[in-house]
Design a binder for this molecule. Structure first.
Ligand SMILES: [Zn+2]
Length: 246
């Protein structure tokens, strides 16, 4: 018998998010002006709060919610952030810098070597299959479906000290690895490097288009599935097979 689907309560949602959060991972519930860090098995630390009344009220509500599901919140060292004078772009950059700073502290789960010391350029993009995700209310597909299949990818990096392999969320990997590594992709047959608009213009003007490709879902040389972040990019490519056969 089909069970009736029941909407998740805020408690259920919080529980799901927190259980998936890595140690030292950041949780910033949308629109609240609060940043939490996972400190332990069932403990959070509030690291930043926007310096305004709505964030202060949200802080009280979140404490009740989080403690209600059996977690603890340490609020002893909260940094208050003045946000009024920041433009949206400045606020975005500040937020990104804070996330990168926190990512630098993520440890190897086995030997505590910082992930930032791993050979990140050797990260292996791995397709982990598809997962059915519930669409937000009001975003049903044209034929009325309330779920869609979403590709799951991870980037597997290897500890240089203890050889433990650590699968990372692509977003987290990008935070650690930085833009340069995200612009470059080693497919089996070729290395692709994404071009900026000025670079594309200069290559076209100089008639260098034979080394340019526009990427879709599959590698134009080997047919392998490409990760989503490189699809739709204009890239220069250099074949890899020769160097590896040596
Ligand atoms: Zn290690």
């Amino acid at each position: 018998m089909m069970e009736e689907t029941i909407d998740n309560t805020p408690e259920d949602n919080a529980k799901q998010i927190l259980e998936r959060l890595r140690i030292n991972g950041l949780w910033e519930p949308a629109g609240l002006g609060l940043s939490y860090l996972r400190e332990g098995e069932r403990s959070l630390k509030l690291v930043q709060q926007h310096n305004n009344p709505s964030a202060a009220q949200a802080r009280v509500r979140m404490k009740i919610l989080v403690e209600g599901i059996g977690w603890t919140v340490d609020e002893s060292e909260v940094e208050l952030i003045d946000v009024q004078h920041l433009s949206p772009q400045e606020a975005h950059i500040q937020e990104l810098m804070k996330r990168q700073e926190i990512a630098q502290q993520w440890p190897c789960p086995d030997c505590s070597t910082p992930l930032s010391a791993f050979p990140l350029e050797e990260g292996e993009w791995t397709f982990d299959g598809q997962q059915e995700m519930t669409l937000p209310e009001g975003h049903e597909t044209e034929d009325g479906k309330t779920t869609e299949l979403v590709e799951q990818w991870s980037v597997v990096i290897t500890c240089p000290v203890c050889d433990t392999t650590v699968p990372m969320e692509p977003y987290d990997y990008g935070l650690l690895a930085g833009d340069d590594l995200m612009l470059k992709y080693d497919a089996k047959a070729a290395t692709y490097v994404a071009l900026s608009r000025p670079e594309i213009i200069s290559m076209v003007d100089n008639k260098l288009t034979e080394s340019i490709k526009v990427l879709g879902t599959f590698c134009p040389l080997s047919g392998e599935l490409l990760p989503p972040h490189v699809r739709g990019s204009v890239v220069v490519f250099s074949p890899r097979s020769e160097e590896e056969e040596e």
